[in-house]
Design a protein around this ligand. Structure first.
Ligand SMILES: Cc1cc2nc3c(=O)[nH]c(=O)nc-3n(C[C@H](O)[C@H](O)[C@H](O)COP(=O)(O)O)c2cc1C
Length: 166
């Protein structure tokens, strides 16, 4: 049985999902560094980490210390996107369910070297979108995040995860 929610967040969107999940499930919420000190080794947890180039930040440490029952990658992309690449890139075994959640993005919140990396990525993404005859809703959200900074954290995105935790 999952006993705690553990997360790693850089700019706050993953922390926000962890907080909401804690509220909805009444489970305690810890950042990964606090969890390592506060929880027993091999405690059963759900782990949420922000996605960086399809790697779930902090997941190797979380897997080392805890019995991770569910992994959630918080990303710029749509909730439910990138599932195969996230599983493959992070070597997540089949028995652990993987979810992705759309978080948010704000260039102003980033420090180096992430800012530099994302300036390059933003150029590439905007170029890709500008080549489409009509950008779809997801493209518009990406442009909004890149140009103005935006959060797409929603309570409803957590519904399938709460179901999987039961
Ligand atoms: C260096 C860097 C790489 C990223 N790579 C990806 C990615 O591969 N896929 C994606 O959807 N989002 C990517 N993102 C966006 C973040 O995952 C997204 O902004 C997330 O909501 C950040 O969560 P946080 O506020 O908890 O740090 C990247 C962001 C940064 C700064």
């Amino acid at each position: 049985m999952i006993k705690a929610i553990v997360y790693t967040s850089n700019t706050g969107y993953t922390a926000e999902y962890a907080r909401i999940l804690g509220e909805k499930t009444s489970l305690p919420v810890y950042s990964l560094d606090k969890a390592v000190k506060a929880l027993p080794k091999d405690e059963e947890i759900i782990y949420l980490g922000w996605l960086m180039a399809a790697f779930v930040k902090g997941l190797p440490q979380a897997l080392k210390h805890f019995s991770v029952k569910i992994v959630c990658g918080v990303c710029m992309g749509e909730s439910g996107s990138q599932l195969d690449s996230v599983r493959k890139n992070n070597g997540i075994p089949e028995e652990i369910p993987v979810f992705t959640l759309q978080g948010g993005f704000d260039m102003k919140k980033l420090k180096q070297p992430y800012k530099f990396m994302m300036k390059l990525m933003a150029k590439h993404l905007k170029n890709q979108i500008s080549q489409k005859p009509t950008p779809n809703e997801e493209d518009k959200k990406i442009l909004n995040m890149l140009d103005r900074g935006a959060s797409y954290v929603t309570e409803t995105a957590l519904t399938p995860i709460i179901e999987a935790m039961k």
